[in-house]
Design a protein around this ligand. Structure first.
Ligand code: AMP
Length: 276
């Protein structure tokens, strides 16, 4: 594993390297990240993970300062998945003197975009910068962050980028809880409770399979059930994963998305909810 600290290090290391695959991360790597890293290492001649806690995607009252940064363990995890390079820049290396941001309209209007103002501008800006620094042929993202996938897809399409995007299905604990670096903020007790989110979303998805289902009532009932289990629900919705607009009936690739808060920790998740 070669650790690269500067943009110049990356350019030198990757010069003339074939088939570069990039996995952008904020570190605190778990099995979910490992799935992306393993797939990248397997499919690409040259694989690189970026580990960068991106300040511009955090709101003023969010957890930028306390976000976990276990770098040594992360490098070991990436290496054991067969990844060759890690790009681990300082904030200044990425943002020194920058005044330009990328704003992807439309798909950012609702859900996380509405509740976390500026979040997706930070995501789109850093992802475009990483694409320009690394110039990957392929880049890997997790479907757990469904709206992020849709934002990056729109950006690639609208700005005529040539990177080939690969989306990887969510990796879960045995309980069903979607793995997340932020799960470490949950007590053991709350972690058990948190797994009920996936159970309720799956139940709702199973009912949406029925073509005569009243989607609005099902989604509302799911939100009410989650509230009664002790979650504070930010939203539950059936959406088209490309436009991120709400749907009133399932489609071939529709998904139920949800964001909830539990003991001060915010959890997001989504499951497929196919029609028929
Ligand atoms: P993060 O470090 O949270 O920015 O995540 C880096 C990448 O890993 C993003 O593309 C995430 O969507 C993806 N990811 C995070 N959690 C999971 C998971 N449980 N399963 C699959 N991918 C994930």
């Amino acid at each position: 594993m070669t650790v690269l600290r500067t943009i110049q290090d990356v350019r030198k290391a990757l010069q003339n390297k074939p088939g570069v695959g990039l996995v952008p991360t904020m570190g605190a790597l778990h099995e979910g990240h490992r799935a992306l890293l393993g797939q990248c290492a397997k499919e690409c001649d040259t694989s690189i993970v970026s580990i960068f806690v991106n300040p511009t995607q955090f709101g003023p009252n969010e957890d930028f300062a306390k976000y976990p940064r276990p770098l040594e363990a992360d490098l070991e995890a990436a290496e054991s998945e067969g990844v060759q390079y890690a790009f681990v820049p300082e904030v200044d290396e990425i943002y020194h003197g920058n005044v330009t941001t990328v704003h992807v309209a439309g798909v950012t209007e609702l859900w996380e975009g509405a509740l976390r103002p500026g979040h997706f501008d930070g995501v789109a800006t850093v992802v475009l910068k990483l694409f320009n620094i690394v110039r990957p042929e392929r880049a890997y993202f997790g479907l757990k962050d469904l709206q992020q996938c849709s934002v990056v897809s729109r950006m690639v399409q609208d700005l005529n980028l040539t990177v080939d995007l690969r989306f990887v299905e969510t990796v879960r604990a045995q309980s069903g809880l979607a793995l997340s670096s932020r799960n470490t903020y949950l007590s053991v007790e709350l972690r058990t409770k948190a797994s009920q989110l996936y159970a309720e979303l799956t139940k709702c998805a199973d009912q949406i399979v029925n073509p005569t289902a009243d989607v609005n009532s099902l989604v509302e009932a799911c939100a009410e059930q989650l509230e009664s289990l002790g979650f504070h629900v930010d939203y539950v919705a059936l959406v088209d994963p490309h436009s991120m607009r709400p749907l009133s009936a399932g489609t071939a690739d529709s998904r139920i998305i949800a964001a909830v808060r539990l003991g001060g920790v915010r959890l997001i998740d989504n499951v497929p909810a196919k029609n028929g």
